[in-house]
Design a protein around this ligand. Sequence first.
Ligand code: MN
Ligand code: MN
Length: 249
Amino acid sequence: MMLGNPSNATDAIVNADNYLMVKSQYSLSYNNSKLTTNWTSWHLYPNDITNAADRQDDFRADDMLPAGWYHVTESDFDYATYGFDRGHMCPSADRTSSILNNSATFLMTNMIPQAPNNNQGPWAKLEDYGRSLVNSGYELYIIGGPYGQGGKSAKGTFSILASGVVVPSYTWKIIVVIPNGNNDLSRISNTTRVIAVWMPNNNDTCPMSSLWTSYRVSVDYIESQTGYDFLSNVSSTIQDVIEASVDNQ
Ligand code: MN
Ligand code: MN
């Protein structure tokens, strides 16, 4: 969250639809009406992807939610009925430095009902590309989340799961790319590369074979859709520049 708190989330229980959860592995704003994250943010650098731990696959409810709230479980997504993946926001493969860190990515507060073609296609390709940047000397600040309501899987179009989990209509992600180093915030400038994407949560309009580069937008576009202010800890004059452009590298 070094780059900011896009929705001014807090950990007050009354703030149930913008409830801040800070973990060692990632932070998020939880929405207790949608039963998903609003946004999830994390940092990615070489020490996160050492492959010291295998994929744990221990999907489970998040015990850190307030006790009186509904806790989404692994079985809520019921693939046979709905056909959506339990789509990680912070990817399993971004947290391989320990069993503990990898396991944290399988908490259900890190999952959205994600169309398989989106999740396993261009979304996964962008995740892979991010790790390739880290392996070639960069560190990343990443924030992503769901938007809207109503997605399409191979089983059909759904707006909500039986337990109340909202199916988003889009997925979005912003990646700030800087050379690996120190004093990160101060190194973000008008020429810093920022990748932003906006992908339909729809098996038809976001096919498995499509490239992540086909879904690039500006940060300003995602701000206008979501109402959030991203990169708010970066000076506004720099935000004005790097949020307006669309990555083309
Ligand atoms: Mn995924
Ligand atoms: Mn901004």
